[in-house]
Design a protein around this ligand. Structure first.
Ligand SMILES: Nc1nc2c(ncn2[C@@H]2O[C@H](COP(=O)(O)OP(=O)(O)OP(=O)(O)O)[C@@H](O)[C@H]2O)c(=O)[nH]1
Length: 294
């Protein structure tokens, strides 16, 4: 039998290029992967794909941005750690995009000793001429990287990339039990589901100001009872989040419940509370508490 391979694979790229979509395509089932945020290790592990003779531990890094406040600086530290701990780096760009916003980051990428796969995503949106022009552009930008045009959304070339990553994994025993999909418990999945609904229904400021904590997750044979707190930075945000007679918050709860019921295959009861946690994004203790800083 072949030796077992295992390793950490980090996906890096600007916001919105399709990193999560690729993760989902790799793992196959949308809801099985989502966990997030800081880890006791320095990775932000989102999902683990197990095969008979390999274990691929995938993590995402927040989009590359210039830090504007402390939370963003903490996020950028994750990006830095991506260079230190990964066995394979996936640098994702989308069709039409030019080099990274953060140049210092880009030069690190060029000098990386770790194998870099440059994934040119969303090629379903490009015609042949544009595709060829883009391939050439990126090959010049990062000559050392292995370039793969893909469409994470339509699954084009995703399998090839997957196999290529497996080939690049070092020989190692598994880091996590092989029946485990993620290293995060259900509560984090609940948090992310609620956050997704908030992103969907509120304007920009609100999603970035909230942090969610699932305080209770009680699973009985036929029902799961969840109680979660949504923290905001200011009173005014609390009002917006709740909405007129609670209608806006209710919608978040109803939609999150539906997704969670589907995921857990059980009836779910969910209670949401909103609390003000003043300026938590600029407070080191709070950032630690939520796992953004160690
Ligand atoms: N046409 C097309 N759209 C895609 C493809 N991959 C992702 N998208 C879309 O691009 C948008 C962003 O995708 P995400 O997977 O959320 O991107 P992300 O990089 O994880 O975004 P952040 O979490 O903000 O960093 C979504 O609307 C996806 O459906 C693709 O291959 N083709």
């Amino acid at each position: 039998m072949e030796k077992h391979k295992a390793g950490f694979v980090n996906i890096i790229g600007n916001p919105n290029v399709g990193k999560s979509t690729l993760m989902n395509a790799f793992i196959g089932e949308k809801l099985s992967i989502i966990t997030s945020k800081a880890q006791t290790t320095r990775h932000r592990i989102l999902g683990i794909v197990n095969g008979d003779d390999f274990q691929m531990i995938l993590s995402d890094t927040p989009g590359i941005i210039k830090p504007a406040y402390e939370l963003q600086s903490a996020m950028m530290d994750f990006v830095k750690s991506a260079f230190e701990d990964a066995d394979v780096l996936l640098y994702m760009v989308e069709i039409g995009e030019r080099a990274l916003k953060d140049e210092s980051f880009f030069s690190r990428l060029k000098e990386s000793k770790i194998p870099v796969l440059l994934l040119l995503n969303k090629i379903d949106t490009a015609d042949q001429a544009l595709l060829e022009e883009q391939v050439q552009y990126w090959q010049e930008q990062l000559p050392e990287a292995e370039l793969h045009p893909i469409s994470a959304l339509t699954n084009f070339n995703v399998k090839n990339v997957f196999e290529r990553i497996v080939a690049l994994l070092p020989e190692a025993p598994p880091y996590f039990p092989k029946d485990q999909l993620t290293d995060r418990p259900e509560r984090f999945f609940v948090n992310e589901t609620i956050r997704e609904k908030i992103l969907k229904h509120y304007k920009k400021e609100i999603p970035y100001a909230v942090e969610i904590e699932t305080e209770e997750f009680l699973e009985a044979e036929d029902i799961i009872r969840i109680s979660a707190v949504i923290m905001v930075e200011r009173n005014s945000q609390k009002g917006i989040l709740i909405g007129h007679k609670g209608s806006a918050l209710k919608r978040v709860g109803v939609e999150a419940r539906k997704d969670l019921e589907q995921f857990f295959g059980k009836q779910v009861h969910i209670e949401l509370y909103v609390k003000v946690n003043k300026n938590w994004r600029s407070n080191s203790n709070q950032l630690k508490r939520f796992g953004y800083q160690s």
